[in-house]
Design a binder for this molecule. Structure first.
Ligand SMILES: Cc1cc2nc3c(=O)[nH]c(=O)nc-3n(C[C@H](O)[C@H](O)[C@H](O)COP(=O)(O)OP(=O)(O)OC[C@H]3O[C@@H](n4cnc5c(N)ncnc54)[C@H](O)[C@@H]3O)c2cc1C
Length: 394
């Protein structure tokens, strides 16, 4: 599918797992492989791929690498960058190069991960696989107010406990999820924490006792341990299907993705509430609380232009609030087109110019995803793309 002035690769059939190297715990995959399919395939050898964005049934390894995807379990396992060992890349001229698995020198693999396709196109990846844990335990703590739930989150981590996952859902979300999935969430709580720990069976009771005590000290009104795999899977299916369940509230939702220091979660959630209430927007919060990574889902009807404008304004107010709290403009979804102008709010001109120089090494004509990440216009002229895309290579 050639396109004038650019490199276009068809990913239509690049969806194969090329090799599963059980001995070395790694897989060689094409970029169109669906995230969850890697873990399903690896499970036959008691292995799994740790990055698990809630979109994992549909998102691809190429997209995960380009955005440095996270997910509920990245609290303890780390994001995609920690699980990519090497890449095959096509540059803007169609040249293929690889980043080394173990070699010395610059860590070009890490440079590529999270670059949103602006440095090259990933055509295959070696990804790390982990051993499936001996035991998994899932707990559900319900709270009468959102502040108490978020205070419990920072207290758990401050106590030196890093669970495998530590997620929060407010009542707007749990009610939508229960209506859609009957997953087992209480609908009378203002907020719930979904907490998972994975590891050795011997460690579980002590961990459970410590986390339960902190939750109750912070006002948990109920505490439940998922009885077994069926109950665990139902709770996770509800959590990962939460965005879709909001279709019961409004025809459309807009996901904001911001990060704040964990200790600032109560203030951040209050800011989300204020920003949406001011514009008459219904909001549901479902997010990676342990990472301080908020995902307010702003409900609206895209046929109503006033609502669209209100959502945009609320979203911007939430972004500003996160920055004011010492946070940042994306936790895991990336910058894309949407937030490129906001890059100037968290990076100086010198910071952005340095990133632009890295980009120019790999993609001097800025042919690859030309509109992404970097701000345009007068706000940051030093890093805007050249007016003539062929000027630098001429
Ligand atoms: C309901 C829902 C839940 C989500 N939950 C999470 C979550 O928990 N954690 C999280 O991190 N994200 C989440 N996301 C966001 C998104 O799904 C992820 O960022 C995902 O990694 C994107 O993968 P994709 O295949 O959809 O990529 P796309 O959206 O198709 O592409 C994303 C970017 O990657 C580039 N790209 C794609 N393939 C390549 C390639 N081969 N080489 C170079 N660049 C490439 C694209 O050009 C684009 O800029 C969620 C999204 C939804 C809708």
């Amino acid at each position: 599918m050639p396109v004038e002035g650019g490199v276009v690769i068809s990913f239509a059939r690049m969806n194969r797992i090329l090799a599963l190297d059980v001995r070395n715990r790694r897989a060689h995959v094409q970029p169109g492989v669906i995230n969850l399919d890697v873990s399903k395939h690896a499970a036959e050898s008691d292995l799994f791929f740790a990055p698990d964005p809630s979109s994992q049934k549909i998102s691809t390894i190429g997209g995960n690498i380009a955005t440095n995807a996270g997910g509920p379990h990245c609290l303890s396992y780390g994001t995609t960058v920690n699980h990519v060992l090497g890449l095959e890349i096509v540059d803007e001229h169609g040249e293929v190069f690889t980043t080394d698995l173990d070699g010395p020198g610059y860590d070009l693999t890490a440079a590529m991960v999270g670059s949103e396709g602006t440095l090259g196109i990933v055509t295959s990846a070696w990804v790390r696989l982990l051993q499936l844990p001996e035991t998994v335990r899932v707990w559900l703590a319900a709270f009468g107010d959102v502040d108490s739930a978020s205070a419990a989150v920072s207290a758990i981590v401050a106590a030196g406990i890093v669970p495998t996952a530590l997620e929060m859902m407010d009542a707007v979300i749990t009610r939508a999820v229960e209506a859609a999935f009957h997953a087992g969430y209480p609908t009378d709580a203002a907020a719930v924490l979904l907490i998972e720990n994975a590891g050795f069976a011997d460690d579980m009771d002590a961990c459970e006792a410590a986390v339960e005590a902190i939750a109750k000290d912070h006002g948990a009104i109920s505490w439940r341990t998922a009885a077994g795999a069926v109950e665990r899977d139902a709770l996770w299916a509800g959590r990962k299907g939460a965005a879709g369940a909001t279709g019961r509230i409004a025809p459309n939702y807009y996901t904001q993705d911001v990060c704040v220091p964990r200790s600032k979660l109560p203030q951040a959630l209050r800011a989300v509430d204020a920003a949406t209430t001011a514009h008459g927007i219904v909001v549901g919060n479902v997010f990676h609380a342990g990472d301080g990574n908020l995902h307010p889902l702003l409900m609206y009807d895209k046929r109503n232009l006033k609502q669209v404008a209100a959502v945009v304004e609320s979203g911007n107010a939430i972004l500003q609030a996160a920055i004011d709290l010492g946070g940042t403009i994306s936790g895991e979804h990336g910058i894309g087109f949407e937030k490129r102008e906001a890059m100037t709010q968290v990076y100086s001109t010198a910071d952005l110019a340095t990133m632009a120089r890295v980009r120019d090494v790999f993609d001097p004509t800025r042919a690859l995803n030309p509109e992404k990440i970097f701000p345009r216009g007068t706000r940051c002229p030093e890093v805007a793309p050249p007016a003539d895309p062929t000027a630098r290579s001429a």
